[in-house]
Design a protein around this ligand. Structure first.
Ligand SMILES: N[C@@H](CCC(=O)N[C@@H](CS)C(=O)NCC(=O)O)C(=O)O
Length: 201
Protein backbone atom coordinates (compact mmCIF):
# COMPACT_ATOMS: atom_id res chain seq x y z
CA UNK A 1 0.00 0.00 0.00
CA UNK A 2 1.40 3.40 -0.98
CA UNK A 3 0.17 6.80 0.17
CA UNK A 4 1.01 9.97 -1.75
CA UNK A 5 1.24 12.39 1.12
CA UNK A 6 1.96 15.98 2.12
CA UNK A 7 2.31 17.19 5.72
CA UNK A 8 -0.47 19.51 6.97
CA UNK A 9 -2.81 18.31 4.26
CA UNK A 10 -5.85 16.08 3.96
CA UNK A 11 -3.42 13.19 3.36
CA UNK A 12 -2.90 13.17 7.16
CA UNK A 13 -6.41 11.71 7.39
CA UNK A 14 -5.35 8.64 5.44
CA UNK A 15 -2.08 8.08 7.29
CA UNK A 16 -4.08 8.43 10.54
CA UNK A 17 -6.60 5.80 9.44
CA UNK A 18 -3.85 3.43 8.27
CA UNK A 19 -2.23 3.84 11.71
CA UNK A 20 -5.55 3.19 13.48
CA UNK A 21 -6.03 0.05 11.36
CA UNK A 22 -2.39 -1.07 11.91
CA UNK A 23 -1.90 -1.41 8.15
CA UNK A 24 1.68 -0.93 7.01
CA UNK A 25 2.19 1.53 4.19
CA UNK A 26 4.81 3.28 2.15
CA UNK A 27 4.87 7.08 1.93
CA UNK A 28 5.74 9.18 -1.10
CA UNK A 29 6.14 12.62 0.37
CA UNK A 30 5.39 15.97 -1.27
CA UNK A 31 4.55 19.39 0.09
CA UNK A 32 1.44 21.46 -0.55
CA UNK A 33 2.16 23.67 -3.56
CA UNK A 34 4.94 21.32 -4.72
CA UNK A 35 5.77 21.62 -8.44
CA UNK A 36 6.19 17.82 -8.45
CA UNK A 37 2.41 17.55 -8.05
CA UNK A 38 1.98 19.40 -11.35
CA UNK A 39 3.79 16.98 -13.64
CA UNK A 40 2.42 14.65 -16.34
CA UNK A 41 3.47 11.67 -14.15
CA UNK A 42 1.57 12.92 -11.10
CA UNK A 43 -1.47 13.94 -13.19
CA UNK A 44 -1.80 10.26 -14.10
CA UNK A 45 -2.36 9.57 -10.38
CA UNK A 46 -4.54 12.61 -9.72
CA UNK A 47 -5.68 14.72 -12.70
CA UNK A 48 -5.80 17.85 -10.49
CA UNK A 49 -2.39 17.29 -8.89
CA UNK A 50 -3.63 16.78 -5.33
CA UNK A 51 -2.99 14.55 -2.35
CA UNK A 52 -4.01 12.18 -0.87
CA UNK A 53 -3.78 9.43 -3.45
CA UNK A 54 -3.71 5.79 -2.37
CA UNK A 55 -2.33 2.84 -4.34
CA UNK A 56 -3.44 -0.59 -3.20
CA UNK A 57 -2.80 -3.76 -5.18
CA UNK A 58 -3.05 -2.04 -8.56
CA UNK A 59 -5.98 0.21 -7.53
CA UNK A 60 -5.33 3.96 -7.49
CA UNK A 61 -7.90 6.11 -5.71
CA UNK A 62 -8.10 9.78 -4.69
CA UNK A 63 -10.52 11.95 -2.61
CA UNK A 64 -9.87 11.55 1.10
CA UNK A 65 -13.49 10.65 1.93
CA UNK A 66 -13.58 7.98 -0.76
CA UNK A 67 -10.25 6.57 0.42
CA UNK A 68 -11.53 6.40 4.02
CA UNK A 69 -14.66 4.57 2.85
CA UNK A 70 -12.59 2.25 0.64
CA UNK A 71 -10.17 1.33 3.42
CA UNK A 72 -12.95 0.79 5.95
CA UNK A 73 -15.05 -1.31 3.54
CA UNK A 74 -12.04 -3.45 2.68
CA UNK A 75 -9.95 -3.74 5.84
CA UNK A 76 -11.84 -2.52 8.90
CA UNK A 77 -13.97 -5.51 9.94
CA UNK A 78 -16.49 -3.22 11.60
CA UNK A 79 -14.09 -1.50 14.00
CA UNK A 80 -14.45 2.07 12.78
CA UNK A 81 -17.55 1.77 10.58
CA UNK A 82 -21.03 0.84 11.87
CA UNK A 83 -22.87 -1.96 10.13
CA UNK A 84 -25.53 -1.01 7.55
CA UNK A 85 -28.25 -2.11 9.99
CA UNK A 86 -26.82 -0.12 12.88
CA UNK A 87 -29.01 2.95 13.69
CA UNK A 88 -25.90 5.16 13.60
CA UNK A 89 -24.99 4.15 10.02
CA UNK A 90 -26.80 7.07 8.26
CA UNK A 91 -25.21 9.53 10.71
CA UNK A 92 -21.80 7.96 10.23
CA UNK A 93 -22.16 8.72 6.48
CA UNK A 94 -23.55 12.19 7.17
CA UNK A 95 -20.61 13.17 9.38
CA UNK A 96 -18.03 11.50 7.16
CA UNK A 97 -19.16 13.66 4.21
CA UNK A 98 -19.72 16.79 6.30
CA UNK A 99 -15.97 17.51 6.28
CA UNK A 100 -15.64 18.15 2.55
CA UNK A 101 -19.29 19.09 2.03
CA UNK A 102 -19.78 21.73 4.75
CA UNK A 103 -16.44 22.68 6.35
CA UNK A 104 -13.49 22.50 3.97
CA UNK A 105 -14.93 24.81 1.30
CA UNK A 106 -14.85 27.67 3.82
CA UNK A 107 -11.40 26.64 5.10
CA UNK A 108 -10.10 26.70 1.50
CA UNK A 109 -11.52 30.19 0.92
CA UNK A 110 -9.91 31.47 4.12
CA UNK A 111 -6.51 29.98 3.19
CA UNK A 112 -6.69 31.44 -0.33
CA UNK A 113 -7.89 34.88 0.79
CA UNK A 114 -5.58 35.29 3.80
CA UNK A 115 -2.41 33.39 2.83
CA UNK A 116 -2.11 32.43 -0.83
CA UNK A 117 -3.30 35.55 -2.66
CA UNK A 118 -1.08 38.65 -2.74
CA UNK A 119 -2.56 41.37 -0.47
CA UNK A 120 -3.84 43.49 -3.39
CA UNK A 121 -6.02 40.60 -4.65
CA UNK A 122 -7.53 39.63 -1.29
CA UNK A 123 -11.23 40.22 -0.74
CA UNK A 124 -12.41 40.97 2.78
CA UNK A 125 -16.07 40.28 1.93
CA UNK A 126 -15.19 36.71 0.93
CA UNK A 127 -13.18 36.18 4.12
CA UNK A 128 -15.95 37.50 6.40
CA UNK A 129 -18.56 35.38 4.65
CA UNK A 130 -16.38 32.25 4.84
CA UNK A 131 -15.80 32.74 8.60
CA UNK A 132 -19.53 33.24 9.15
CA UNK A 133 -20.47 30.08 7.23
CA UNK A 134 -17.67 28.15 8.93
CA UNK A 135 -18.94 29.27 12.32
CA UNK A 136 -22.44 27.98 11.49
CA UNK A 137 -21.05 24.64 10.27
CA UNK A 138 -18.90 24.24 13.41
CA UNK A 139 -21.76 25.23 15.74
CA UNK A 140 -23.70 22.32 14.32
CA UNK A 141 -20.80 19.94 15.08
CA UNK A 142 -20.56 21.41 18.57
CA UNK A 143 -24.28 20.79 19.21
CA UNK A 144 -24.01 17.24 17.91
CA UNK A 145 -21.14 16.52 20.32
CA UNK A 146 -23.26 17.31 23.39
CA UNK A 147 -22.87 14.30 25.74
CA UNK A 148 -20.83 12.42 23.11
CA UNK A 149 -17.11 11.77 22.81
CA UNK A 150 -17.26 11.22 19.05
CA UNK A 151 -19.61 12.22 16.24
CA UNK A 152 -21.71 9.06 16.26
CA UNK A 153 -20.84 7.94 19.81
CA UNK A 154 -17.77 5.76 19.23
CA UNK A 155 -14.69 6.63 17.14
CA UNK A 156 -15.27 6.03 13.40
CA UNK A 157 -14.07 7.13 9.97
CA UNK A 158 -16.41 10.12 10.34
CA UNK A 159 -14.15 11.45 13.11
CA UNK A 160 -11.11 11.04 10.89
CA UNK A 161 -12.77 13.20 8.22
CA UNK A 162 -14.76 15.79 10.15
CA UNK A 163 -12.50 15.74 13.22
CA UNK A 164 -9.53 16.57 10.99
CA UNK A 165 -11.60 19.30 9.29
CA UNK A 166 -12.38 20.81 12.74
CA UNK A 167 -8.66 20.82 13.55
CA UNK A 168 -7.99 22.56 10.20
CA UNK A 169 -10.75 25.10 10.84
CA UNK A 170 -9.30 25.99 14.24
CA UNK A 171 -5.85 26.31 12.68
CA UNK A 172 -7.03 28.86 10.09
CA UNK A 173 -8.57 30.98 12.83
CA UNK A 174 -12.18 29.84 13.32
CA UNK A 175 -13.32 31.17 16.66
CA UNK A 176 -14.38 28.12 18.66
CA UNK A 177 -13.77 29.65 22.10
CA UNK A 178 -17.50 29.31 22.88
CA UNK A 179 -17.69 25.79 21.41
CA UNK A 180 -16.45 23.80 24.36
CA UNK A 181 -17.53 20.42 22.92
CA UNK A 182 -15.36 20.95 19.84
CA UNK A 183 -12.42 22.18 21.95
CA UNK A 184 -12.56 18.98 24.00
CA UNK A 185 -13.19 16.84 20.91
CA UNK A 186 -10.06 18.23 19.22
CA UNK A 187 -8.01 17.49 22.36
CA UNK A 188 -9.44 13.96 22.41
CA UNK A 189 -8.47 13.40 18.76
CA UNK A 190 -5.00 14.92 19.15
CA UNK A 191 -4.30 12.51 22.02
CA UNK A 192 -4.71 9.50 19.70
CA UNK A 193 -1.31 7.95 18.87
CA UNK A 194 -2.39 7.28 15.25
CA UNK A 195 -3.03 10.97 14.59
CA UNK A 196 0.14 11.98 16.43
CA UNK A 197 2.14 9.64 14.21
CA UNK A 198 0.44 10.85 11.01
CA UNK A 199 1.13 14.47 11.95
CA UNK A 200 4.85 13.75 12.33
CA UNK A 201 5.35 12.29 8.82
N1 LIG B 1 -11.41 16.96 -1.77
C1 LIG B 1 -10.06 16.50 -1.91
C2 LIG B 1 -9.14 17.71 -1.78
C3 LIG B 1 -7.69 17.39 -2.08
C4 LIG B 1 -6.83 18.63 -1.91
O1 LIG B 1 -7.22 19.76 -2.24
N2 LIG B 1 -5.62 18.43 -1.41
C5 LIG B 1 -4.71 19.54 -1.20
C6 LIG B 1 -4.06 19.43 0.18
S1 LIG B 1 -5.18 19.46 1.50
C7 LIG B 1 -3.55 19.47 -2.18
O2 LIG B 1 -3.17 18.40 -2.62
N3 LIG B 1 -2.95 20.60 -2.49
C8 LIG B 1 -1.73 20.55 -3.23
C9 LIG B 1 -1.52 21.73 -4.05
O3 LIG B 1 -2.52 22.40 -4.39
O4 LIG B 1 -0.36 21.98 -4.37
C10 LIG B 1 -9.78 15.44 -0.85
O5 LIG B 1 -10.48 15.43 0.16
O6 LIG B 1 -8.89 14.59 -1.04
Amino acid sequence: MKLYFAPNSRAVRIAWLLEELSISYEIEKYSVGDKALRTPEFYKLHPMGRVPVLEDNGTTIYESGAIVEYLLAKYDNGKFRPDLNDPTFPYYLQWLHYAEGSIMGQVNTIVVETILLPPERRNDVNVKRAFKLLNTALSNVNDNLENKDFLTGTFTGADIMTGHACIGAKRVGANISNMINIEKYIERLLSRPGLQKAMKI
